[in-house]
Design a protein around this ligand. Sequence first.
Ligand code: NAD
Ligand code: USQ
Length: 406
Amino acid sequence: MRGQNVLVIGGDGFCGWPTALRLSSLGYDVTIVDDFSRRKIADALGADSLTPIADLHTRLDTWEQVTGRRISFERIDIARQYDALKDCIERLWPDAVIHFGEQRAAPYSMRGTSEKRYTVSNNIRGTHNLLCAIAALRIDTHVVHLGTMGVYGYDGDGLEIPEGYLPIKVEADDGRLFDRDILYPTNPGSVYHMTKSMDQLMFQFYARNDGIRITDLHQGIVWGTQTDETRMDERLSNRFDYDGDYGTVLNRFLMQAAIGHPLTVHGTGGQTRAFINIADTVNCITLALENPPERGDKVCIRNQMTETHRVRDLAQIVARITGSTVEMVSNPRKEAAENDLRVSNKSFLDDGLKPITLEDGLLHESVSIAKKYQHRCDPAQIPARSTWTPEQQPGTIGSDPMKGVA
Ligand code: NAD
Ligand code: USQ
């Protein structure tokens, strides 16, 4: 496996950057493709990463100084520059392509008409361009895509969510029963999540029609910020988003605790979600690369998460270890107020993943990183203002997350 040529699309981003470093340190020959759209959106929103992040050229030079390894870079917008993408794949002829390159914030995708249209056009065209180029070149490469747990939806009653497929029996008119293995019925909760549901169909088609080997990782919410490699030098630091659109819930709570801001629980906080630490994101992607499907296999879907938590429980944990207060704010989203969630992550456990959980002390690391850079925080960026419908209004509804909850 090592010595292989890997393209990391979206390798300047939160999950892509530490993955590129890990793969390079393991001896993979890594090329990052990115269009810097994430940095441009951050500039447009006025919401910078809490951690200072070096520009990509500085990052790559630093990595070479520290380790002697070179990561290459090609600036390509994969949604709009098909020919450049195809040319890049033809020149590098990668053994694997890891696809992180999408607009990934649900609130941003619901912010307004132009953000909805951008998210759909960027994500769908990018994924399709990649598959189309691979099919046109007849290259036998392994596509590893970062999908989301959100494709399953969150209306669950606690029945365990399988890894991508649902075995069902269909009853014919004459009463005979037929076995089918279908994609788990998708139930996206935002325009962003909808694009991931649509990606699944494109993967299914290209795996069957062109024999492309595809792994789709249905990842939970990533928390934490640093990995072994990004800790090696401050110029290798990973991004830490905390704003109302791009900050994800646990990282927001950790950062809010660090600056003495009340923890912003949406609604009752009864939403249960799947989580994974950034270090395990990197571990799982390495395992997925090392265990590719065979040509002709159906898409290999793996649930990339390590634990589930209710949002109000997370707030309580963070409040307990930091002494913060909790504030219940009206939920800007349309989502079930309370849900149960059980998820199978058997395939990574079988491959040897040793999950990093909230207990492992990394909550404290994130709080201290947030404290170190708290002078960079703009409190005006904290409230979540993107609402799912025009009728919804941001605002505070209480201060006790357990109040009103059975
Ligand atoms: P990110 O926004 O930090 O990184 C995405 C990177 O892709 C950015 O550097 C961006 O510039 C680049 N990009 C976007 N569109 C592109 C295009 N058209 N051409 C080239 N580059 C493009 O996001 P992230 O948090 O690193 O997420 C990476 C992937 O993982 C996403 O697909 C996301 O849906 C998925 N994911 C993320 C999380 C999470 O909690 N962060 C959880 C589950 C799944
Ligand atoms: N929430 C709060 N308070 C906050 C922020 C969020 O209560 O300050 C709540 C939200 O209402 C939601 C839950 O926390 O119920 C999760 O929100 P989130 O922003 O952490 O996660 P989400 O929007 O689902 O998106 C993130 C990533 C996305 C990825 C997804 C995985 O941004 O790229 O696909 O997590 S998953 O949630 O499993 O679908």
